[in-house]
Design a protein around this ligand. Structure first.
Ligand code: KG4
Ligand code: ZN
Length: 341
């Protein structure tokens, strides 16, 4: 079964053709990062406009790369939640038009479910149930993946997402948006023990994250040095390494707590921050020590892409999920609201 998948929830216009949930026949991503970088973050109005301008060409390219005509496609899939509402609506409207005109079924896909499915592409042996750490620019979740379409959110961030914290810390030490990958690079040259940064305390659920205190600690570190006229004494590489080390410790600690309590011996990590070399190494180390089988996505499937949406759409299709012309975008929608038990 060939699915043409469309993703436009944030600042990437992406289309892919995926066969039977694992074979990626094409994967086209048109990123808008260069333009949003000028503003230090994603400007929703610009994102929507660029999606409108790009989506036809991106979808055509995805069909061409897959050596397919629309007639060869069995279903159209689209991300409908969560995300920037104007951005989502571009992909949804395009997908609805395509599905109706071509007489194909329309499959609505949750963006986080898509990130989780990114690991099925590279690892066909990964099968639910397992524990999943989702770390992206907008989300940080520990999720029990009960089945391909059934989830329980065990922990979530109370404030900033992991990627958001990376981007904000990066900005403070002078890196361009999105700063996650710059921190990753700088951290390789820095001393992770140069600065002692706090592990935020989170009251209530022991599996919840909080990253805003850590971000504030970096802000204070830089501001205080600037006020003392000692800005030059701050080493961006040392701050990057210390920050990344602390984020890794927090992610490892919470995820392992959940894995231990619930007896999981299989873990997957996904989302834009799963591209981080420190996070990958820290997870590999701790999972190796504890005999936990770890699955990480290929780098090209960590950030937003439509291949992961096409992969998840296959399982959603098998589970009977369909949308009609009334499909709407939803800016905020917890995964277990629609797919829990
Ligand atoms: O999953 P994603 O593409 O978009 C959302 O669904 O939010 O994640 C984007 C986030 C950004 O915050 C970006 O800085 C971060 O992923 N990111 C990284 C790295 N590559 C991307 N963070 C740390 N290290 C990286 N190598
Ligand atoms: Zn994403």
């Amino acid at each position: 079964m060939k699915i043409l998948a469309i993703e436009s929830s944030c600042d990437e216009t992406a289309c892919a053709v995926v066969e039977d949930g694992t074979r990626v026949l094409s994967n086209v991503v048109a990123t808008q990062i260069d333009e949003h970088r000028l503003y230090g973050g994603v400007v929703p109005e610009i994102a929507s406009r660029r999606h409108s301008e790009n989506i036809y060409a991106v979808a055509s390219q995805a069909l061409t790369d897959a050596d397919c005509a629309l007639a060869d496609i069995d279903a159209i899939a689209v991300t409908y939640a969560p995300g920037l509402i104007g951005a989502l609506l571009v992909g949804i409207s395009f997908a609805k038009g395509l599905a109706m005109a071509a007489g194909k079924p329309l499959i609505p896909v949750h963006h986080i479910a898509g990130h989780i499915a990114a690991n099925y592409i590279s690892h066909p042996d990964l099968k639910p149930p397992y524990l999943c750490l989702v770390i992206s620019g907008g989300h940080s979740h520990i999720i029990e993946v009960k089945d391909y379409t059934k989830y329980r959110v065990i922990g979530r961030t109370r404030d900033d997402a992991a990627g958001e914290a990376f981007d904000k810390a990066a900005r403070m030490i002078g890196f361009e948006y999105p700063g996650g990958k710059h921190i990753d690079e700088a951290a390789k040259k820095g001393d992770p023990n140069a600065y002692k940064l706090p592990h935020p305390r989170v009251e209530g659920s022991k599996y919840d994250f909080s990253f805003s205190g850590l971000k504030t600690a970096v802000v204070n570190l830089v501001h205080n040095a600037q006020q003392r006229g000692e800005a030059d004494s701050i080493s961006p590489c040392d701050v990057a390494a210390s920050f990344q080390k602390t984020v890794c410790e927090i992610l490892v600690q919470k995820t392992m707590l959940a894995a231990d309590d619930m007896g999981f011996k299989t873990l997957s990590v996904c989302g834009g921050v799963s591209a981080n070399s420190g996070v990958r190494a820290a997870m590999e180390k701790v999972c190796g020590e504890r005999g936990i089988k770890l699955y990480l996505p290929e780098l090209k499937y960590c950030g937003d892409n439509a291949a992961m949406i096409g992969c998840q759409a296959y399982y959603d299709y098998l589970a009977g999920k369909r949308a009609d012309e009334s499909l709407n975008g939803i800016a905020t929608l917890s995964l277990d609201r629609i797919c829990g038990e």
